[in-house]
Design a protein around this ligand. Structure first.
Ligand code: NAG
Length: 366
């Protein structure tokens, strides 16, 4: 495990403790639906030099020194998502506090998109994520994607965001970002942005594994492997694969529990591939949508390992989630969004009405 401490820079934010308007999105009652519905305020954020590492969510390859070299999800490399972030453990969860959905460390937020609607003291960062301009402010709103958990003590503040830049120096000449507001949103996936899967097995996906794996099948261990889902419109809360070793016609998907540091993990049974059968991965989004993706045995075993992921298998799927059922309430929130005290009181009562049956209908099955 790498240490994050050296990367989370914090300017003493002493006086800047905001009253949080987002108590319902904090532990222990935190959940993804809440982050989609309720703007979260944070007093401060910071920057992380995310070069030559994959970060917790493995959304980028080891050799990353710029957006272009990241081999990240296409919705990120295309620039539709502006920047990666490490998320506060109040929202991400932590090892000490196994979070919602029975996922360790809140990993369901990996790849979730955040719309940052307010930030001050943040210079305009160029699209390469290497350079910035202190004479211009970062324009809001912009989209960020959860690449990482931020486990530093400073990240204990609700809503804290640790922005990823690909430079050893960080844009802190005038201090760290302050007074942020954000909420979770659907990632802006278009027609061409389909789900992606990074498959790792012993001997791949670690910094010290060989970069070159001529075909994944040469090292694939059918007793133990893990999958990370990427480029998803919505947070993923469950991953299953069909057990090929089942009676024809009887679908038998096997749950792959999330294992911290590994991903959604297959273990305890040999994954016996059958030439005649497609390999099926079934993915469930936080709003309940389910998609099933099919790959051939040959795609698994004959594809080269991706050098940036040290031989991990990067599969490009053909499916994507539909717009989330959280959207209706998100729109409601957007209409309500004003940063005055008066508005925030109004907001509290709106939230109250969403919790009862009447509000539920408007907001969808969130
Ligand atoms: C940037 O934002 C600060 C604080 O809101 C403001 O004082 C400053 O004038 C802005 N700079 C530019 C170039 O817009």
């Amino acid at each position: 495990m790498r240490s994050w401490s050296s990367f989370c820079f914090a300017v003493a934010a002493g006086a800047l403790i905001l009253r949080s308007a987002s108590a319902a999105c904090e532990k222990p009652s935190q959940d993804i639906a809440c982050m989609f519905q309720e703007p979260i305020e944070a007093a401060a954020g910071s920057y992380n030099s995310l070069t030559h590492q994959v970060a917790y969510c493995k959304m980028q390859g080891y050799d990353t020194v710029s957006r272009a070299s990241s081999e990240g999800p296409s919705v990120f490399t295309s620039g539709l998502v502006k920047i990666g972030v490490g998320l506060a453990h109040n929202q991400f969860g932590s090892a000490a506090d196994p979070s919602w959905l029975n996922l360790p460390e809140g990993a369901a937020t990996c790849g979730m998109c955040l719309e940052v609607t307010k930030v001050s003291n943040m210079p305009a960062i160029a699209d390469d994520l290497i350079t910035w301009d202190y004479d211009r402010n970062m324009t809001v709103p912009f989209l960020a994607m959860v690449f990482d958990q931020c486990t530093d003590e400073i990240c204990d503040q609700s809503g804290y965001l640790d922005f990823d830049v690909y430079s050893e120096t960080q844009p802190v000449k005038k201090g760290n970002p302050r007074l942020m507001e954000w909420r979770a949103v659907d990632c802006p996936v278009g027609e061409t942005h389909k789900l992606e899967y990074l498959v790792c097995t012993p001997g791949t996906c670690n910094a010290d594994d060989p970069r070159s794996v001529p075909n994944f099948g040469a090292i694939f261990n059918p007793d133990f492997f893990a999958v990370f889902v990427r480029n998803h419109r919505l947070p993923v809360i469950k991953v299953e694969m069909e057990d090929p070793d089942t009676i024809a016609g009887v679908p038998s998907f096997r749950d792959m529990p999330f294992t911290s540091g590994l991903g959604w993990t297959w273990s305890g049974k040999t994954f016996q591939m059958d030439e005649a059968k497609d390999i099926k991965i079934r993915v469930t989004a936080a709003d309940g949508q389910i998609v099933t993706e099919r790959f051939t045995k040959s795609q698994f075993l004959d594809s080269p390992g991706a050098p940036a992921y040290r031989g991990g298998l990067l599969l490009h799927g053909q499916k994507q989630f539909s717009p989330s059922k959280f959207s209706a309430s998100k729109q409601l929130m957007a209409n309500m969004k004003e940063d005055t005290e008066a508005q925030s009181n109004k907001y509290v009562s709106l939230r109250g009405s969403m919790i009862d049956g009447e509000g539920k209908e408007k907001s969808g099955d969130a």
